[in-house]
Write a protein of this length. Structure first.
Length: 349
């Protein structure tokens, strides 16, 4: 057997090595960039998001696409934040571009920030990590004892129901009622039953087809807006639910299909945030009433509750707390060889 260090002697290559740490939260991957990115320019996290989209997108494809990633890979690039209270800024990447919020990533990054000493003196039983996401400042609280990090809860940006029971025409399915809600990103919500599907039992492919058709229809028929920035006013995906929105101590399942038909393995932190805001708006849950959210893809669990009323422009909003656990899976150093004509990455649909 060769030693790890001899395997790690990488051949001559183009450009810098891209070093990453890989984690997962409820089964959803998070590839965190450690080094190898050039300077990301821009005087705000939102401006930096525009910059990477315009000038550094080839690196997203290298890290997210095959042969180094896969269709459903997810990534985080740590950047400087313009907010003095932030411990770090972050940009999120996926199979189609750059999202504005990602709860599963915040849960993983909370642990990562403490373990990799991005925050000063960790505190027990919890260390606060302020993460500046493109949607705004998200406060993560990381369990910490005996030098070990554990579960993470976070308080997201103001979340609000944007529109409920909007009738849209969905190709192949006719008129469908959708709710649209914001949890750092906008999602459309539909009941699986309307399509004769079950969130935990049906084939993922069938759930993806429905969600993709709904996303396409909402994008073309509903104009979104966000009081803070036009950069936030887009539909990120569709969440198909089991419809169990009335309060219960039993878990409620959902599956999130976002970006370019990418399937979240976790219950979706920003989706749980948006769904809790919707349930609160409909009077189905009270402040501080926790619900358990189950991923239709893997069965993994997050907890979510509305903790405070607030506002976002003219929208009545809530602060939502989401909790979950993330785990490390490994670390890699990626290179690109000059004569590799697949080095830029590709995706299989
Ligand atoms: O947990 C979340 O919020 C995210 N997971 C992948 C899609 C969303 O950004």
């Amino acid at each position: 057997l060769k030693s790890i260090s001899s395997i790690m002697q990488l051949p001559p290559h183009e450009g810098d090595e891209l070093s990453v740490v890989d984690m997962h939260t409820g089964g959803e991957p998070l590839r965190i960039v450690l080094s190898g990115y050039p300077e990301v320019k821009g005087d705000s996290v939102l401006a930096k998001r525009r910059y990477v989209r315009e000038y550094l997108d080839h690196l997203r494809r290298v890290l997210m696409y095959e042969p180094r990633g896969h269709y459903d890979m997810y990534g985080a690039l740590i950047v400087d934040s313009e907010k003095p209270e932030a411990d770090l800024g972050v940009l999120f990447m996926h199979n189609e571009g750059y999202s504005t919020m990602c709860g599963h990533a915040v849960i993983a990054l909370g642990r990562f920030a403490v373990d990799y000493k991005l925050v000063k003196e960790p505190q027990s039983p919890e260390t606060q990590v302020n993460i500046h996401c493109p949607c705004g400042l998200v406060k993560a609280y990381v369990e910490y004892s005996d030098g070990k990090t554990g579960a993470v809860r976070f308080l997201s940006v103001p979340a609000f129901a944007f529109a409920t029971d909007v009738m849209i025409k969905v190709e192949g399915y006719g008129d469908v009622a959708v709710d649209i809600s914001y949890g750092g990103a906008f999602y459309a919500f539909v009941h699986a039953q309307r399509f004769g599907l079950d969130v935990t039992e049906s084939r993922t492919r069938d759930l993806v087809d429905v969600a993709t058709a709904v996303t396409k229809a909402v994008k073309s028929q509903v104009k979104l807006c966000h009081p803070d920035s036009d950069d936030l006013a887009f539909l990120y995906g569709t969440i198909v639910t089991d419809g169990k929105d009335n309060y219960s101590s039993d878990p409620t399942a959902n599956i999130c299909v976002f970006a370019e038909a990418q399937v979240d393995r976790s219950p979706t932190g920003s989706g749980v945030t948006a769904r809790v805001a919707l349930q609160y708006h409909k009077g189905l849950i009270q402040l501080n009433q926790s619900r358990i959210f189950k991923s239709g893809a893997t069965g993994s669990l997050f907890t979510g509750k509305a903790v405070e009323e607030t506002s976002c422009g003219d929208f009545k909003a809530v602060v939502v707390e989401v909790s979950g656990r993330a785990f490390y899976t490994g670390a890699s150093s990626f290179v690109q060889e000059a004569d590799d004509n697949l080095t830029q990455g590709f995706l299989l649909k």
